[in-house]
Design a protein. Structure first.
Length: 143
């Protein structure tokens, strides 16, 4: 019974501390500046300090944030668009914009070093150095 209680407590603490998915438009504090998403025509414009750095088509805004570092700033962000996923890396100046030409509704996203591990309906995937790979059984633990 004690193990069950501890497992439930750990799952609750992990779920509340994850801050994984958001539909907020910002502004977000990042190492590159203040990021904001603004509705434009049939999509969104992503701005840093009021300067547009990307545009994408999407009916709704959904993103997964890698929060950490100085003042809980957003270091990286994975955004779901109508054309596929877009990864923003705000640790670089100017921020790196990488498009994954794969449309996939995401359930969970984990940030592990320089890779992004995500779960979609077709299973688990890893995006690292511009390459999207379907994961098989693994012994790696993602946090």
């Amino acid at each position: 019974m004690k193990r069950l209680f501890l497992a439930a407590l750990a799952a609750t603490l992990f779920a509340t501390g994850a801050r994984a998915q958001s539909d907020a438009s910002g502004p977000f504090v990042t190492p590159s500046g203040a990021v904001q998403f603004e509705r434009v025509d049939h999509g969104f414009a992503a701005t840093i300090d009021k300067q547009v750095f990307d545009r994408f088509g999407a009916n709704t805004l959904t993103h997964f944030d890698d929060i950490g570092g100085a003042a809980d700033s957003v270091a990286r962000m994975l955004v779901q668009t109508d054309a596929g996923l877009v990864l923003y890396d705000f640790r670089r100046h100017p921020p790196l914009v990488e498009r994954l030409n794969t449309r996939m509704p995401l359930r969970r996203v984990f940030w592990q070093g320089d890779e992004v591990v995500m779960q979609g309906p077709q299973g688990w995937f890893r995006f690292r150095q511009g390459v999207l790979t379907k994961l098989q059984s693994t012994t790696t633990t993602y946090h």
